[in-house]
Design a binder for this molecule. Structure first.
Ligand SMILES: [Mg+2]
Ligand SMILES: [Zn+2]
Length: 194
């Protein structure tokens, strides 16, 4: 049987978005994130981070630096039984300073490449999965991969982008820590607020 997943943007959802987080000194968990990830795991969801890391393409930090941040994050989450199921990142940018990463790729959100790779690797049930992000571009990647539930968290509600294509799957929560109770309501078939 295919497994449901919660796909998570990283910066601004799991950790504070200071912009271009390439070292653990700049990595700070948002409140209650380990608890929320553990609860979603207990509800049967794979937890999969899908993150654009154009800081690599811009030469601000290396892939090794990024992976060191992710290792730190996984070790911290593991202390709460909340380690991620998987993690995908896009190091590319079409105008990258670093030639090796200068690419109009299929993985940089809003393209769905990272989600489709995760589906193939982990045998995921995308229509019953959830994409969580703090920008509409995250949710566009989810919509392009036919993820059934799109959840915007945080304060970027007024982005001047056409959201009509994202309706009616689009929902809004104040923060990621509100997601477990929203998921419980979704699974009970209760009305879930937009
Ligand atoms: Mg973000
Ligand atoms: Zn890419």
């Amino acid at each position: 049987m295919k497994r449901k997943a919660v796909f998570l943007d990283r910066d601004g959802v799991i950790n504070r978005d200071f912009g271009y987080i390439g070292s653990i000194e700049r990595f700070e968990f948002l409140p209650d994130v380990p608890w929320a990830l553990k609860t979603l795991k207990d509800l049967g969801y794979a937890t999969v981070v899908v993150t654009n890391q154009s800081g690599i393409a811009r030469g601000m930090y290396s892939e090794a630096d990024h992976l060191a941040v992710m290792d730190f994050m996984q070790r911290e989450l593991a202390k709460s039984g909340a380690a991620l199921s998987a993690h995908y990142y896009c190091p590319h940018h079409p105008e990258a300073q670093v030639a090796a990463y200068r690419l109009d790729c299929a993985c940089r959100k809003p393209q769905p490449g990272m989600l489709l790779k995760a589906q193939a690797d982990l045998e995921l049930d995308l229509p019953h999965s959830i994409m969580v992000g703090d920008h509409l571009s995250d949710l566009r990647a989810g919509a392009a991969a036919q993820v059934g539930n799109l959840v915007l968290v945080g304060t970027h509600l007024d982005e001047a982008q056409d959201r009509s294509k994202l309706e009616p799957s689009l929902h809004h929560l104040t923060c990621f820590a509100d997601l477990p109770s929203w998921v419980r309501a979704l699974e009970r078939g209760d009305y879930v607020p937009r």
